[in-house]
Write a protein that binds this ligand. Structure first.
Ligand SMILES: [Fe+2]
Length: 448
């Protein structure tokens, strides 16, 4: 006898939408900063045909991308589009995208701009799908033939080199890979690092010296796969949790591993080097993952934590210290500081019931947190920081988020000034439809 899961990820704020919508000249309350010229894009699971709620896993839903185009103080359009992998294309009666391979699956986890192109991303073996500027599917992408394996959802753009760092995995591999995509959108490094046990590696971090590798105890489970689990990765406390420091240009033999707390981490906030050769790694820590709840990430309160990796390799273990014990997820920084010391972090309050609360701004130097409550019935997921051009302060810019309103059944894009985080929004763009809870967002500024 099975127990009903606590939520299906198909109802309420998670409920999929069915129409692809194009809307122009969106109404705006307040004043959009004219500097915000580009696209806010986000992506999440949105099954194209109704799945069986008893077996549906949130991570495996077909991808849908949503975008809002801002220019010179106007909100020019909103679009949502299914990301057309071969299964979505077939369901829509369309041919598969160019470049599709048998092993490529749904793409639903992140969407980024790089080298003037737009890429929808997913982890665990599938390649990205390239989108055009209006979010239509162009092709399955192997970075012009330079990517050997699959890719990942979470990349780290080094602001100094313009290189995109990724850590990729695949249940069929006995290793994980450090992949570097150049500013030309061609892979220039794909290094295998032996890692046994098939861990799920959702994110990574970089510093100026290192790539930070997460090897944590959610691992591929053959029995679950044979039993037909949509996502055959389960909590495995027998898998020793550890964090590795790979020198940016080093080999697999150069990796320094540290014992880590027994937990799971989907998302890092950022990392940076310490003068003694160690590293600070800020992240959201889940107490465990996919131990008893196997249809989505709902295994207890995720908290913000700082892990210090000592410069002395003999120290051997991570030192963990709490930054904020309140439940939260989807951590973001000012990405001009990726791999460098950061002061501020943004996230969204998130309980163990998978319902979100206010957006959060952490001042990690002062040890304080501000919250922005979007109002009754209004909730958001990942906030994205966009720096003001010419600004020098780390929080001189805006925090953009897609906010769902349960009372109207629509969504807004809300623009906060990061230095007046709890104050009234600078602008609210009203979308004609609801944007379901999903995964990740990017601001893709127009080329200067
Ligand atoms: Fe993620």
């Amino acid at each position: 006898m099975t127990t009903a899961p606590p939520i299906t990820y198909l109802d309420g704020p998670y409920a999929p939408v069915h129409e692809e919508v194009t809307a122009h000249d969106l109404p705006v309350t307040g004043t959009l900063p004219p500097e915000l010229t580009g696209r806010l894009v986000r992506i999440g699971p949105n099954p194209v045909t109704p799945p069986d709620p008893a077996t549906y896993h949130w991570f495996m839903g077909d991808g849908m991308v949503h975008g809002v185009r801002l220019r010179d103080g106007n909100a020019e359009w909103y679009r949502n589009r299914f990301v057309r992998d071969k299964h979505v294309a077939a369901a829509l009666g369309e041919p598969p995208p160019p470049g599709e391979r048998p092993e490529d699956g749904v793409v639903n986890t992140h969407v980024i701009g790089h080298a003037g192109r737009t890429f929808a991303l997913v982890e665990a073996g599938s390649r990205p799908i390239e989108l055009d500027d209006e979010l239509s599917t162009v092709a399955r992408c192997d970075f012009d033939g330079t990517l050997d394996g699959g890719f990942t959802a979470h990349t780290k753009l080094d602001p100094a080199t313009g290189e995109l760092h990724a850590v990729t995995y695949n249940w069929q591999w006995d290793h994980i890979r450090h992949v570097v995509v150049g500013p030309d959108a061609r892979v220039r490094r794909e290094l295998a690092v032996p890692v046994p046990g098939g861990p799920m590696v959702h994110d990574c971090a970089i510093t100026e010296r290192y790539v930070v590798l997460l090897d944590l105890p959610v691992t591929f489970d053959l029995e679950a796969a044979m039993g037909g689990a949509q996502l055959p990765y389960l909590w495995n406390p027998e898998h020793p949790p550890r964090v590795g420091l790979l020198p940016r240009h080093g080999t697999a033999d150069d990796v320094r591993w540290y014992e880590a707390p027994l937990c799971y981490v989907f998302h890092t906030l950022n990392a940076y080097d310490l003068p003694d050769g160690g590293v600070v790694l800020d992240l959201v820590r889940h107490p465990r993952m996919f131990a008893t709840v196997t249809n989505g990430p709902n295994e207890g309160m995720p908290v913000l934590e700082r892990w210090t990796l000592p410069g002395d390799p003999a120290a051997g273990a991570v030192r963990a210290s709490p930054l904020d014990d309140a439940g939260q997820e989807f951590p973001r920084i000012d990405e001009r500081l990726t791999g460098r010391r950061h002061r501020y972090g943004y996230a969204v309050a998130f309980g163990d019931d998978m319902q979100s609360g206010p957006a959060l701004k952490h001042d990690l130097d002062a040890g304080t947190t501000q919250a922005h409550d979007y109002g009754p019935g209004r909730s958001t997921l990942e906030p994205v920081f966009v720096p003001r051009e010419g600004g020098t302060a780390e929080d001189d810019g805006w925090v953009l988020s897609t906010v769902q309103d349960a009372t109207t059944g629509t969504s807004d894009v809300v623009v906060l000034h990061a230095q007046d985080f709890a104050g009234d929004p600078v602008a609210t763009v009203h979308l004609p439809v609801r944007v379901p809870y999903g995964f990740h967002s990017s601001w893709i500024a127009d080329p200067a």
